[in-house]
Ligand binder design. Structure first.
Ligand SMILES: *Cc1c(COP(=O)(O)O)cnc(C)c1O
Length: 450
């Protein structure tokens, strides 16, 4: 019985992330033996459709043969070398290829391993930039209400989650928030665009008053994931870029969850037209943030890898004779070659398979078959951005998320609702039959919970 044995040993020896371990007295952990495509399998032949891409990281399925082959090839050459003072082909190639793909002007790649570390880097780099420019007082940050940027102390200080603030607030330098353009909060009859513009006015008021003490404004472009897949109009990003320019404050785009094709374009920022028309050769790339943070899907969901891309302007402010003007930050596994190869294989799949185009058809089809969900009398705010769908369920159950998760498992679905928000964020390899199944079984689950 590998299942029950594994569960008992896991409870005893593994402290699971963001989990009240006592709940696992009553609630079983889900043992996974292997994965293939969009499916995860346990030891007893049960399977689960990974509708959340294993915490939003997986893009091209579990055990993807092409990514496996790239990692195996790299494994035979070089597993790791420190990136301070040394370099290697995978890190260089990945930096070059991302600079080609990302919004214009983001030519410098700084590597780390997890998303929260990328946020720490962007925050530190921004404040250090202002210090190098002779403005050390510019060291504050603003984020959106209900923002999520990770759980290390710096990242938590720009994360607006009540539970975290209560538990760890005393450890943090508290930073301000501005209203979120999440269109669910628009007034009756107000369009998502008008609401976004109204929120941008609040951002402007804040910048006007506080810019002298602010280093950067950090946002999750288009979709605030942990807030419950809160979606907003791209005009907000366009205004934010213009306002940050006007008030001399950096714009940090946290595309850890929304980058790598998740919102329909390679990067979410591409959907926000630049405030000033660009020369023709640079058109189509959208706004350029001062810092772009990537992780999660960057390695296809295989290995811990994160990075921060920044502009020449930022890079030059650190380029000097004195060590103290350089950017002082490192991680043991920065730019790990295996993780970089997984990322390069991921970029190859995007290019070779025309993934963004294929996803557009998948999205159109899913939106057609999801009609009964979107129109269900107990479903509110059905919404979609690229390969993300979300909606709220009018359910009387306070423990809706838990119940929905359990009912999902019984029906071969891996769902992880946030409160009463159900979302689908499947790997891009999800097929038609699997999408049909997802809608059908979700409807059955809703019937049990309303
Ligand atoms: C997941 C996430 C992070 C943190 O990444 P970790 O790898 O979990 O530290 C930061 N920002 C956003 C928007 C995320 O979704």
């Amino acid at each position: 019985m590998p299942n029950s044995d594994l569960l008992a040993r896991s409870r005893a020896a593994v402290w699971h992330p963001c989990t009240q371990m006592k709940r696992h007295e009553a609630l079983s952990l889900v043992p996974i033996a292997r994965g293939e495509g969009a499916w995860l399998y346990d030891f007893d032949g049960r399977r689960y459709l990974d509708a959340v891409s294993s915490w939003w990281v997986n893009l091209f399925g579990h055990c993807n043969p092409r990514i496996n082959a790239a990692i195996a090839d790299q494994l035979g050459k070089l597993e790791h070398v420190m990136l301070a003072g040394f370099t290697h082909e995978p890190a260089v190639q990945l930096s070059e290829r991302l600079a080609q793909l990302a919004p214009a002007g983001l030519g410098h790649c700084f590597f780390a391993s997890d998303g929260a570390s990328a946020i720490e880097i962007a925050l530190k780099m921004s404040a250090h930039y202002w210090r190098n420019e002779g403005k050390p007082g510019k060291n504050g940050f603003i984020s959106l209400q209900n923002s999520y940027h990770g759980e290390t102390l710096g990242a938590l200080s720009v994360t607006d989650v009540a539970l975290f603030r209560e538990a760890y607030g005393a450890l943090l330098k508290r930073q301000a928030t501005v209203p979120s353009p999440d269109w669910r909060h628009a007034a009756q009859g107000e369009s998502a665009r008008d609401f976004a513009l109204r929120c941008a006015e609040r951002l402007e008021a804040h910048l006007q008053q506080h810019h002298a003490s602010l280093a950067a404004f950090i946002v999750e472009p288009l979709v605030q994931g942990a807030a419950g897949m809160a979606m907003y109009h791209p005009v907000y990003l366009q205004r934010a870029r213009a306002l940050c320019d006007r008030y001399g404050v950096h714009l940090i785009a946290d595309e850890i969850a929304v980058g790598m094709g998740r919102t329909g374009t390679m990067f979410a920022c591409e959907q926000a037209p630049p405030p000033q028309p660009l020369p023709r050769e640079e058109r189509g790339s959208g706004i350029t943030p001062d810092f772009l943070c990537l992780s999660k899907g960057i390695s296809g969901g295989y290995l811990p890898l994160s990075l921060v891309m920044s502009t020449d302007n930022i890079y030059r402010a650190f380029y000097a004779d004195e060590m103290a003007r350089g950017f002082l930050h490192s991680h043991s596994y920065s730019g790990n070659p295996l993780a970089c190869r997984a990322a390069l294989a991921t970029l190859d799949i995007f290019a070779q398979d025309g993934v963004l185009d294929a996803n557009r058809s998948k999205v159109a089809r899913f939106n057609r078959i999801a009609g009964p969900l979107a129109g269900h009398p107990k479903v509110r705010h059905f919404r979609n951005t690229g390969m993300i769908w979300a909606f709220e369920v009018d359910s009387p159950h306070g423990d809706f998320a838990q119940r929905c998760f359990m009912l999902g498992l019984e029906r071969e679905l891996l769902l992880r609702p946030i409160g009463k928000t159900v979302y689908f964020m499947p790997p891009y390899v999800i097929g038609d039959a699997e999408m049909d199944m997802l809608v059908e079984r979700m409807l059955a689950i809703i019937e049990r919970l309303v």
